[in-house]
Design a protein around this ligand. Structure first.
Ligand code: GLA
Length: 414
């Protein structure tokens, strides 16, 4: 349910975010590639050497990221998810990469990724085991901090929360904050708010002080129903989660699944547009070595990425649901506004939406310049508060606009 009416939206959006984890990272939402949704826990390198979780996979992704314009578009982190370690710690109790699949070890992989001008992300779990049953870090926080991740020159840690001991939550926050002492800044991508929700509302102030981004809701799947469920959850919890987002710390609605099998092109555009509005980390999980040109173009669309990375750093929100449309709006720097109109009616053809019905349209007073970014780039010219402009939106597709006031609106500005 889109509970936020425009006034509430204003209140939420003008509230400054709480203090962020002070490691100087994620001043804009993180961009990169993460293996999980597409490659999952495929460890069978004998049968499937091209797609198994091995150093080769990350090296190939790093190569493609440089060669095929991903790095240039801003995608920077190459991230390992679950299933990379050996089932046994080494003699000193340290986590170690599976020797068969990572013969060079993580340090060498990090060096390789760094030599390409990219960064390496790794995965661990704050509990006894990872979600897929590999060794967890419970009881080893300090050791992991000193040795494994810092010594290997890893740049990001996705810290999952399966099998977590809730009594240790505070200790966990202390541990993460103290990582600065190693002298190496690691970007923290945390997952425990997701596991906390069924018991209690997470303390977002503490989370923001501990993590650079955090998951709140279930894993994304390669399907439109999964994307819809993430949007619904976000809209119905936005008054709680949106104020906590800002430079240094972001809500993470999970990976982009664009370029895989389950979404139509309109649905891929919806995911990209809404992830930009939500100031979400853009962590792509697909096979960059084999992706259709249209999906690649969408993921590398500089206008959408600019909305996602806007320096104002405010997360947008759902401002109205009406007539099987959802309007999501995000305030941008220079008093601009991004408006995404999602057509949730999954029957029939394209439907028209009177753009002046978007609550944020108020900023178009006395005049504004409108640019359509999706589905096609189009200058829509100078408009007024009473415009009759109607945008066309495909079923389960999104029309994305930016609105630039031509002079200051006298009233409240998002
Ligand atoms: C959980 C996380 C996923 C992924 C898997 C790995 O389900 O939410 O993103 O990391 O664990 O096992």
């Amino acid at each position: 349910m889109c509970r936020a009416v425009f006034l509430l939206a204003l209140t939420v959006l003008v509230c400054p975010a709480a203090e962020a984890l002070d490691n100087g990272l994620a001043l804009k939402p993180t961009m990169g590639w993460l293996h999980w949704e597409r490659f999952m826990c495929n460890t069978d390198c004998d049968k499937d050497p091209n797609n198994c979780i091995s150093e080769r996979l990350y090296m190939q992704m790093a190569d493609v990221m440089v060669k095929e314009g991903w790095k240039e578009a801003g995608y920077e982190y190459v991230c390992i998810d679950d299933c990379w370690p050996s089932h046994q710690r080494d003699a000193k109790g340290r986590l170690q990469a599976d020797p068969k699949r990572f013969p060079g070890g993580i340090k060498k992989l990090a060096d390789y990724v760094h030599s390409k001008g990219l960064k390496l992300g790794i995965y661990a779990d704050v509990g006894k085991n990872t979600c897929a049953g590999y060794p967890g870090s419970l009881g080893y926080y300090e050791r992991e901090r000193r040795s494994a991740f810092a010594d290997w020159d890893v740049d990001l840690l996705k810290f999952d929360g399966c099998y977590m001991d809730w009594k240790l939550l505070e200790k966990l926050h202390e541990h993460v904050k103290s990582t600065k002492q190693t002298g190496r800044s690691i970007l923290y991508s945390c997952e425990w708010p997701l596991y906390e929700w069924p018991y209690k509302q997470p303390d977002y102030k503490a989370i923001r002080e501990t993590c650079n981004h955090w998951r709140n809701f279930a894993d994304v799947y390669d399907s439109w129903s999964s994307i819809k469920s993430i949007l619904d959850w976000t809209a119905s919890h936005q008054d709680i989660i949106v104020p906590s987002a800002g430079p240094g710390g972001w809500n993470d609605p999970d990976m982009l699944v664009i370029g895989n099998f389950g979404l139509s092109h309109d649905q891929q555009e919806s995911q990209m547009a809404l992830w930009a509005i939500m100031a979400a980390p853009l962590l792509v999980s697909n096979d960059l070595r084999d992706i259709c040109p249209r999906s690649k173009k969408l993921l590398q669309n500089t206008d959408i990425i600019a909305i996602n990375q806007d320096p104002l750093g405010k997360q947008g929100l759902c401002t109205i649901k009406m007539d099987s449309f959802e309007v999501w709006e995000r305030p941008l720097s220079k008093k601009r506004l991004a408006i995404a109109v999602l057509n949730t009616q999954e029957i029939g053809g394209p439907r028209g939406f009177f753009i002046r019905a978007a609550p944020g349209w108020k900023i178009c007073d006395p005049q504004c310049n409108v640019t359509q970014i999706l589905p096609q780039y189009k200058e829509l010219g100078v408009q007024t508060p009473h415009t009759k402009l109607v945008v066309s939106v495909n079923p389960s597709g999104t029309t994305l606009l930016t609105v630039t006031p031509t002079s200051d609106y006298a009233g409240l500005i998002l």
